[in-house]
Design a protein around this ligand. Structure first.
Ligand code: C5P
Length: 278
């Protein structure tokens, strides 16, 4: 079975206090995008992947789904297009696609909601990507619900530095509860479909600490402002940054301008599909 594992950007990411389990409480609007890894998943003996990562999230996801059974197995091959350490949820997208695909291949009959619950055991971003479509993510990432949003055109830039999620969270000063929520403003803006309002509502509490750790991120943000992208912001814990464009042709032109400057850039659009398209 060949499946697409879609990357995401965080249109907002609000970080509240640290929870007793060591994770931070969040509110975030997660938008899956057309940039995707391609996974080839076949039934086989044992569980293996060809990523070469010691902490491979594909195998972790398969193990969680197998739940100790030894009569199910899978071999997973990943054609990587989503940069690692980029805040685009690459590893989590692969894990989400594995959960959805193996649910079918192994005929487990689990619902999306049940798969999302299993995903929370694999990583904080996995439930949102299992659910698919524009999502409001809360808790440490385990509470997910679909939201309405139009198709949006974006430009992404990869500053080429590996940003450690753990280090960026550790450097973040959490906001107080009860403050006006940018995430609520974003959900309202997405509901209107007005790009100016959507662009005005982007925010990310991890951006300032990530820029302090990796000044290259600030340069990538500047480059997006210079080509006229709207609502320019970092995604997740970085290092990739994004901005909105009025339409697909504008996104492609901005991406070409940035590529001509020697930057790694993509023109993408949001997708409302589920984690894996067979
Ligand atoms: O869940 P995941 O393994 O993706 O998280 C990676 C790291 O990011 C955690 O070890 C933690 O340091 C940080 N994190 C957090 N709060 C969250 C999600 C992630 O502190 N809600």
């Amino acid at each position: 079975m060949t499946v697409q594992a879609h990357a995401k950007v965080n249109a907002t990411l609000e970080v509240y206090g640290k929870r007793p389990d060591g994770y931070h409480a969040l509110r975030s609007v997660v938008l899956p995008i057309s940039l995707a890894d391609e996974l080839e998943i076949t039934c086989s003996k044992g569980l293996s992947s060809d990523t070469g990562y010691a902490d491979d999230l594909c195998v972790k996801a398969a193990r969680v789904l197998a739940a100790g059974r030894s009569d199910v197995g899978a071999a997973i091959r990943v054609r990587k297009r989503i940069p690692a350490g980029g805040g685009l949820g690459g590893g989590s997208a692969d894990a989400a696609a594995v959960l959805v695909a193996l649910n079918e291949l192994w005929r487990l009959g689990l619902s999306r909601k049940e798969l999302a619950e299993r995903g929370a055991l694999v990583g904080s971003d996995v439930p949102a990507l299992v659910l698919g479509g524009p999502v409001l993510m809360e808790g440490r990432g385990e509470t997910v619900s679909r939201i309405a949003a139009p198709t949006l055109h974006l430009v992404l830039v990869n500053p080429g530095v590996h940003s450690s999620t753990r280090d960026v969270y550790a450097a973040c000063q959490p906001r107080g509860v009860g403050e006006a929520s940018a995430t609520s403003s974003m959900i309202a803006a997405l509901g209107t479909g007005d790009l100016r309002q959507i662009a005005a509502a982007t925010m990310n509490d991890l951006q300032a600490p990530a820029v302090r750790l990796h000044p290259q991120i600030a340069e990538a943000l500047d480059s997006l402002h210079e080509v006229g992208a709207l609502g320019v912001m970092m995604s997740g814990s970085g290092s990739c940054v994004f901005g909105f464009a009025q339409d697909a042709a504008t996104a492609v032109r901005m991406s070409a301008d940035l590529t001509a400057q020697g930057l790694q850039a993509w023109a993408v659009q949001t997708v409302s599909s589920a984690a894996a398209n067979c």
